[in-house]
Design a protein around this ligand. Structure first.
Ligand code: SF4
Length: 376
């Protein structure tokens, strides 16, 4: 695969770092120099500055996986969370290894869709609705198509791939759902994992009314409404769930001509009240396009917002929630962990490798490849 790789071009001065942090940063730079072309460090937009300053490439979860696949480096150190490293492992070659600096860096949303519960829900929804499993090769009928957000485990992606479904991201969700409905047939439906908010916001963009949506909560009785078009797994992101209408009202009262842009993992009331919504990349582009002097409030993770403010001196960029915490699991990638895995690679060890079992990777790759093949 050939693609141009957007390099991380942020100029960080290390003025705010203490002596210990500076020593860690210097050692990471030395280890990077030793490993040379055998190493690539990928950084998600939600990582702290002291990690991003070492990233060779910066992006959202899927961009980073694509970048990993396009890289020839043997060691891919993924400064993000577990599901991202899994996707990178699935998309990279067998002679490359993907390393997560802290194995505890998971994602609370991805953890909300456990395979056992998904399988129970799948059977129940098929029975209640009379829809068919796409595994059933029948040409006629109406189908239930599983669609999972990138922010999900490899096991769930495998389930989705084996049942005729597909992966989506926050930037391509509308195009992916259009594909799924075409495949489902006029009376078919989609089961969307694991983020109910991205699923609901995308369905609303496609003019699917709330009355044709259902939320599936494991362990409860979940009744499907007549003619249901989308069943939303109950998951949510604890960072994006924090934003409120009061915060938007407060910002607008201070800055009547200010702009509000949010991520579609936010609840639909927040998305409706905002001026724009979209993926992390969309938000970055949106900020760049505003006129000098604009005030912009953003509903997403604080590290990315603070960095956007730093990058645009002629704009005033702030987080909608001034007390918002960073994503607690992204924050588990501390520079000490990054330094530690690099030391161990240099010493010839194989630290914290993320390796998706072949039997799981097969279905997951089908679901990922379907996404890549769908024209957006
Ligand atoms: S911001 Fe939300 S969805 Fe993203 S990694 Fe953190 S918990 Fe998961």
């Amino acid at each position: 695969m050939t693609m141009s790789l957007p390099m991380c071009s942020i100029d960080f001065t290390n003025d705010e770092m203490g002596a210990e942090e500076q020593a860690i940063a210097d050692r990471i730079s030395e280890l990077k120099a030793i490993l040379g072309d055998d190493l690539i460090i990928l950084g998600h937009h939600y990582q702290r500055d002291q990690i991003v300053m070492h990233a060779d490439l910066l992006g959202d979860s899927f961009m980073l996986s694509e970048m990993a696949a396009a890289s020839s480096a043997k060691n891919i150190v993924f400064c993000g969370v577990h599901f991202m490293a899994e996707s990178a492992d699935i998309l990279t070659r067998d002679d490359q290894r993907v390393i997560l600096p802290n194995l505890k860096a998971g994602c609370s949303m991805a953890d909300m869709a456990v395979l056992d519960e998904v399988e129970l829900a799948w059977t129940d929804i098929l029975e209640q609705t009379g829809l068919k499993d796409p595994i059933d090769k029948s040409e006629d009928g109406s189908f239930l198509i599983p669609v999972t957000y990138m922010n999900s485990s490899a096991e769930l992606k495998d389930f989705v791939g084996r049942h005729g479904g597909v992966v989506c991201t926050s930037s391509n969700a509308v195009g992916i759902l259009e594909w799924a409905y075409e495949r489902a047939g006029p009376k078919g439906a989609v089961l969307f994992f694991p983020d109910q908010h991205l699923g609901r916001n995308t369905a609303l963009k496609m003019k699917i009314p709330h009355s044709k949506m259902a939320v599936w909560t494991p362990g409860q009785v979940n009744e499907m409404p007549e003619g249901v078009k989308i069943v939303l797994w109950h998951g949510f992101c604890s960072v994006h769930k924090r934003f409120t209408i009061e915060q938007i009202d407060d910002f607008r009262s201070k800055h009547p001509s200010g702009l509000v842009v949010v991520h579609p993992e936010c609840p639909f009331e927040i998305v409706e009240a905002a001026d724009a919504n979209g993926s992390t990349q969309f938000i970055r582009n949106y900020v760049t396009q505003q006129a000098p002097g604009s005030h912009i409030a953003i509903g997403t993770e604080i590290n990315m917002v603070a960095r956007l403010d730093k990058e645009h001196e002629n704009l005033s960029v702030e987080c909608l929630d001034d007390s918002v915490c960073p994503c607690s699991t992204m924050y588990m990638i501390h520079p000490v962990f990054l330094m530690d895995v690099l030391e161990r690679i240099v010493e010839g060890e194989n630290p914290n490798q993320i390796s998706v079992p072949k039997e799981v990777a097969a279905g997951a790759k089908i679901a990922l490849d379907r996404m890549l093949a769908i024209k957006q």
